[in-house]
Write a protein that binds this ligand. Structure first.
Ligand SMILES: [Zn+2]
Length: 73
């Protein structure tokens, strides 16, 4: 996965693709902060968190890597 794909999420169940805006509009179920992920996976990109949201089409839970929104904004 390259940085260009970051933010775009594909549902593995129904194949629906969510652009960053559509993804952020879905209900957030879970979020793992970058510091948490770095503890488990070495070389994890800085400022990247993991989010789980339900697919807007089929409702299946999708877990995706996301850029963490800048808290200063
Ligand atoms: Zn789906």
């Amino acid at each position: 996965m390259t940085g260009r794909d970051l933010g775009r999420v594909k549902c593995s169940a129904c194949g629906a693709i969510f652009e960053p805006l559509a993804w952020s509009a879905l209900v957030m179920l879970e979020r793992i902060e970058p510091s948490e992920v770095e503890r488990i996976i070495s070389g994890w990109p800085e400022g990247t968190c993991v989010e789980a949201r339900p697919c807007g089409c089929c409702g299946r839970r999708i877990v995706a890597r996301c850029a963490r929104p800048d808290p200063s904004r």
